[in-house]
Structures are given as structure tokens and as C-alpha cells.
Design a protein around this ligand. Structure first.
Ligand code: NAD
Length: 331
């Protein structure tokens, strides 16, 4: 029997993990996120199972190691929240779910583009109130527009395929591009994709090199009035600089499923709380900003796959087998 403490448990996590139950794995579900204050909840566990906003920095990993926790199982693809060097030093194995449904995230990115472009979220509210005025709902025809993709991995390619179907001209930048992109569009420099895109969609991981890749300088280099879409990780965008670009009308629209300071804000009902984050509050005042709370992954298919792969990662760790989903520190 291997014991796993699952942090940041939502009702749907429990539902999917219970449905896939493996009698040789004992889960303890904790609603709390893993932070320096909640490490003790992992007492007695062999491994912890975590999500995007759980904290796995050096101090948390050292705390886990002192409880004899030997493995971290991420229920997600991105691992920017894990200090891999410290995990390796402490002998803690880290495994992730590298691809669960790239189409789920790509479809959400396109849903954001479609909603924000044609203002269907605003139209919905207007019509419910008997207001059939079209003023303020003007969009552009996506057919023939230039869409730029930064990062041609699994999600970037899935997004490009959908936008190709709309008849968009596609540009992309990636230091290690997927060969498939060449059948969809043109690979160009970062400067070119930023300067030429009517819609710029981010699909690269958050790394030291990509942190704030969208900043005052790159925003100024964008096509005036372009739309910026981020379903990847909040830290790719300098949110303060984006607010200035929205105020100056240089940036035409912003659609985000991820936000730099989303930890502590997303995945909870905060409708009765006073939200202290003034930057988030300012974003909410723009009529041309659309925010969803990190739901790109949230489909039945993706949750089924996340659960199945996580269980297999746990079994592989227990049996001393390599799953291929282990994350190694980059040296
Ligand atoms: P992937 O590893 O398949 O692809 C990432 C691509 O980015 C690779 O081709 C890589 O070469 C490229 N890249 C790396 N550095 C780059 C740079 N400086 N500039 C441009 N491209 C660069 O990853 P994926 O499965 O396509 O996922 C992409 C990101 O989406 C993940 O890192 C994760 O943060 C995010 N994600 C979000 C959700 C959500 O629910 N919103 C769900 C899953 C993943």
C-alpha cells in the first residue's frame, strides 16, 4: 500500500480519483493548498499529489523530506512551481502529466478569442435585459487575419490547427519548433510574430527566459489594437505593463485564463470576499478584458487522463519502474 496526500483537492478531483480507485493506493484528500504552513498534512504519506498553485520551493521540499515524503506527483503538465534542483538534492522524485488533452486548452484559447472578438459575453447579458442594441459589439472577421503562436508544442499546435480552419494566416515562434507547424504556417522570429499578429496567443512554458516576455517593450512592438491571449502561465505577462497598454489603447483586447498572482485567488468562490489585489481589480474594469479562472484544462477527457496518468506515475514510483513522466532538473 502506498499512501498519497492530495493537496488543493476540489470536489471534481475527488470524484475522478474515487472513480478510478486502485486498492493499492490510499489517498488522503486535503482541500488546503501545499504551502509552508500546510506541510504537516503530509505526515505519514509516501508522496504528495499537487496542482498548479501548490508551492514546492526549497523550504516546502525540505519540510516534506523531513516527513519522509519521497515523491511529488503533479496533476498538471507545467512544473514551474517545483524547485527541481532541491528535489533532486533531497532524493524526491517529481513526475507530471505531460499531455492530457492539449485540445482542451487549445479549444479554450479559441473560445476566449471568439468571445472577446464578438462580445458574446456582453451580448448574452444585454439580450437577457431586453437590450438588442448592437453598439459596442463590433468584432472583426477572423478569416484572413494573422494569428501568432508563441510556442509550437502540443497546445500551440492544437490551437494553430483550429485557427487554420478559420482561415487565419499563421505565424509562430519557437526556439525548438514542432515540424508540424510548417504545414500550418510560417516560423518567424519573436520580433516578427509580435509585430505582425492581430491575435497573439502564448503557449510556451514559464521559465526564467520567458518570465515577463510580454512587457512594456514587447507590448509597444505589437500591432496597435491587437488581441493578446494567455492560456499558458500568468508569469509570461507583466500585468502592470499590460494595464498601461490597455489604457493607452495600444493593446486592443486581453483574454487570460491564467494570472501572475492567481495563487490564493483562483479555484475558490470569492464572491463574498473583498479582493485585495488592485491589479486584478483594475483588469476587471476594462470592457475589452476577459478573464477565466484557469479552466483551460477542465474537460471530462482531460480529468480522466490526468487521473489515469497520475495513478500510473504513482504505481511506477512504487514499483521502481520508469514511467517516462519523471521531471529531471535541467543541467
Ligand atoms: P509543450 O512542452 O508541448 O510545448 C511548449 C513549447 O514551448 C515547446 O515547443 C517549446 O520549444 C516552446 N518554447 C520554450 N521556450 C520558448 C520560448 N522562449 N519562446 C517560444 N517558445 C518556447 O507544452 P504544452 O503542453 O503545449 O503546454 C504549454 C503550456 O500551457 C504549459 O507550459 C503550461 O504552462 C500551459 N498549460 C495551461 C493549461 C490551462 O489549463 N490553462 C493546461 C495545460 C498547460
Amino acid at each position: 500500500m502506498i499512501k498519497i496526500t492530495l493537496f488543493s483537492t476540489q470536489p471534481y478531483d475527488r470524484r475522478f480519483f474515487d472513480a478510478a480507485a486502485d486498492p493499492s493506493i490510499e489517498f488522503t484528500y486535503q482541500e488546503a493548498a501545499l504551502t509552508p504552513h500546510s506541510i504537516a498534512l503530509a505526515e505519514g504519506a509516501d508522496g504528495v499529489c499537487v496542482f498548479v498553485n501548490d508551492v514546492l520551493d526549497a523550504s516546502v521540499l525540505e519540510g516534506l523530506a523531513s516527513l519522509n515524503v519521497r515523491a511529488v506527483f503533479l496533476r498538471c503538465a507545467g512544473y514551474n512551481n517545483v524547485d527541481l534542483a532541491t528535489a533532486r538534492r533531497l532524493g524526491i522524485q517529481v513526475a507530471r502529466v505531460p499531455a492530457y488533452s492539449p485540445e482542451a486548452v487549445a479549444e479554450h484559447a479559441v473560445a476566449l478569442i471568439m468571445t472577446l472578438n464578438r462580445r458574446t459575453h456582453r451580448a448574452f447579458n444585454r439580450v437577457r435585459e431586453g437590450n438588442f442594441n448592437l453598439d459596442g459589439l463590433l468584432g472583426v472577421t477572423l478569416h484572413g487575419r494573422t494569428a501568432g503562436i508563441i510556442g509550437t508544442g502540443k497546445i500551440g499546435i492544437a490551437t494553430a490547427r483550429i485557427l487554420k480552419g478559420f482561415g487565419c494566416r499563421l505565424l509562430a515562434h519557437d526556439p525548438m519548433p514542432s515540424p508540424e507547424f510548417e504545414t500550418l504556417g510560417e516560423l518567424v522570429s519573436l520580433e516578427q510574430v509580435i509585430a505582425q499578429s492581430d491575435i497573439l496567443s502564448l503557449h510556451c512554458p514559464l521559465l526564467p527566459a520567458t518570465h515577463h516576455m510580454i512587457n512594456a517593450r514587447t507590448l509597444a512592438a505589437m500591432k496597435p489594437g491587437a488581441m493578446l491571449v494567455n492560456t499558458s502561465r500568468g508569469g509570461l505577462i507583466d500585468t502592470r505593463a499590460v494595464i498601461e497598454a490597455l489604457k493607452s489603447r495600444q493593446l486592443g483586447a486581453l483574454a487570460i485564463d491564467v494570472y501572475e498572482q492567481e495563487a490564493g485567488l483562483f479555484f475558490k468562490d470569492r464572491s463574498s470576499d473583498i479582493i485585495d489585489d488592485d491589479i486584478f481589480g483594475r483588469l476587471m474594469t476594462f470592457p475589452n478584458v476577459l478573464v477565466t479562472g484557469h479552466q483551460g484544462f477542465f474537460t471530462v477527457e482531460a480529468l480522466t487522463e490526468i487521473t489515469a496518468v497520475t495513478l500510473d506515475n504513482i504505481r511506477a514510483f512504487r514499483d521502481g519502474r520508469v514511467s517516462g513522466n519523471e521531471v529531471a532538473v535541467q543541467v
